[in-house]
Design a protein around this ligand. Structure first.
Ligand SMILES: Cc1ncc(COP(=O)(O)O)c(C=O)c1O
Length: 450
């Protein structure tokens, strides 16, 4: 592992050493140590054999897969509820849920059965034909969002690509020009494809891949004057995450969103909200913007929409839909295929049946309370911020060592930038699991302080 991936570089600027180096992940030392410790605790020869199997998979992965991820030295095998198990059977409490994907938890029988039934029927057909799961999924998605038109994609980035194209086409149809601009936000994250990358407000992600698609301007989140400074005659869209995720868990302020909506209405600019991470119940309403009563013209979603099956979608109001993408303007082979749409249908059904949104409202108050209590202790925590089950603890130092130590103790956490621990558990998480998480986290923090 000679190359330091971007994430490790990102996390490591504070003291000149990278997180990669600080956490000992530059070589296989840390992995070896974890494995020795786990093998050493009276587990006997069987486990040593397992450990070498784990190491072997890791080595094989590193020699076969393109090294674009700074992976932890764990090979995951199966999941159950809010727990994951590695190939040696070690149990992990998962407060990352595949980065805000597994809203319903792992191995949800109803969901698994629905997918199996669809596999037995029809997995894929081309978009030249209609299929029932796609119709059903679109209807359900319209009902929960109040949007009018749906285009299914395979990922979040692809949903953003579609949203960008729709906005450009909308403006093109008005004046026939091709120099329209999009105003996006600093510290935003919208994905890794060229269009999504171009509107991502962290230059470190874009740097090596410039030039992007062009005509993108960046304003400051929650600073309406900064948006006004960037909006002009050419602006066709304003794009933001309703709650910024990767950038450090920053919710948009209600006043800011409302001002954006008004500005967009006055100037016939499209408001695009990225709900890929913060949508699907995560913040306590199906989509985060619904709490503010600020409806976008275009919305992108993905992640928990499929709860594990790779899907995304961009949705439009009738006005945006009827005046933008037309026959032949956009397409995808897999987007909206029967298997993916069967997953969406089941997810939306289970959200309703299990009152997931109500549950998030109840449990997130408890998580906030527990996290707030931690802020007041002297662990170098500066603040908590977030909404619902999308929370961040902001530290005065890099969080990589805490996350690594939590993993060793069987707790999966992720960061959001170098100094924020992000909490995005499955939406079915209960009080007991919050307590379990807090106990492990606090023991890691206490150890780091010692
Ligand atoms: C807010 C947001 N937008 C877009 C994306 C890109 O989604 P995907 O990784 O599915 O392409 C992500 C992924 O983390 C995200 O958090």
């Amino acid at each position: 592992m000679s190359e330091k991936p971007a994430e490790a570089r990102r996390a490591g600027e504070q003291d000149g050493r990278s997180a990669w180096e600080r956490t000992g992940r530059a070589g296989s030392d840390r992995a070896d140590r974890i494995m020795r410790e786990r093998c050493g605790k009276g587990r006997g020869k069987g486990n040593e054999r397992n450990m070498s199997t784990m190491q072997q998979y890791i080595e094989e992965a590193e020699s076969a897969l393109l090294h674009t991820y700074n992976r932890y030295q764990v090979v995951l095998d199966r999941g159950e509820g809010v727990y994951l198990y590695d190939i040696n059977g070690k149990k992990y409490l998962d407060f990352a849920s595949g980065i805000a994907v597994f809203a319903l938890g792992y191995h949800y029988q109803d969901y698994d059965d629905a997918l199996k039934a669809q596999i037995d029927k029809l997995i894929h057909t081309s978009n030249y034909y209609y299929n029932v799961p796609a119709v059903e999924a679109a209807k359900k998605l319209k009902a929960v969002s109040g949007m009018d038109r749906v285009f299914f994609t395979n990922s979040g980035a692809e949903a953003i690509e579609g949203a960008i194209k729709a906005a450009r086409k909308y403006a093109f149809l008005k004046d026939g020009k091709t120099d329209h601009e999009i105003v996006a936000m600093e510290h935003s994250f919208h994905g890794r494809t060229m269009g999504a990358l171009s509107v991502t407000g962290n230059p470190k992600y874009r740097e090596a891949f410039e030039p992007g698609i062009g005509n993108i301007r960046f304003a400051r989140m929650n600073d309406f004057d900064s948006v006004l400074d960037n909006v002009g005659e050419k602006t066709c869209a304003i794009l933001l995450e309703t709650v910024q995720g990767e950038g450090g868990i920053f919710p948009a302020e209600e006043g800011f969103l409302k001002s954006l909506r008004k500005l967009c209405d006055e100037r016939d600019i499209l408001l695009i909200l990225d709900e890929i991470q913060c949508g699907m119940g995560r913040t306590g309403s199906m989509f985060a913007w619904q709490k503010y009563g600020v409806k976008p013209d275009i919305m992108a979603c993905a992640k928990a929409l499929g709860c594990g099956v790779p899907v995304g979608a961009f949705l439009m109001t009738e006005k945006a839909g009827a005046n933008s993408l037309k026959d032949g303007d956009h397409g995808t082979t897999y987007g909206g295929n029967p298997l993916a749409c069967a997953a969406i249908c089941k997810v939306l059904d289970l959200f309703e049946k299990n009152h997931i949104i109500e549950h998030v409202g109840e449990i997130s108050g408890y998580l906030e309370e527990r996290l707030d209590a931690l802020v007041s202790k002297k662990y170098g925590i500066v603040a908590r911020r977030g909404a619902g089950l999308m929370q961040g603890l902001v530290f005065d130092r890099p969080v990589a060592p805490v996350i690594a130590s939590a993993l060793e103790k069987g707790l999966i956490l992720i960061n959001a930038g170098a100094d924020v621990i992000r909490f995005v558990p499955a939406l079915i998480v209960g009080r007991e699991e919050v307590d379990e998480m807090m106990e492990i986290l606090e023991s890691c923090l206490a150890e780091q302080r010692a």
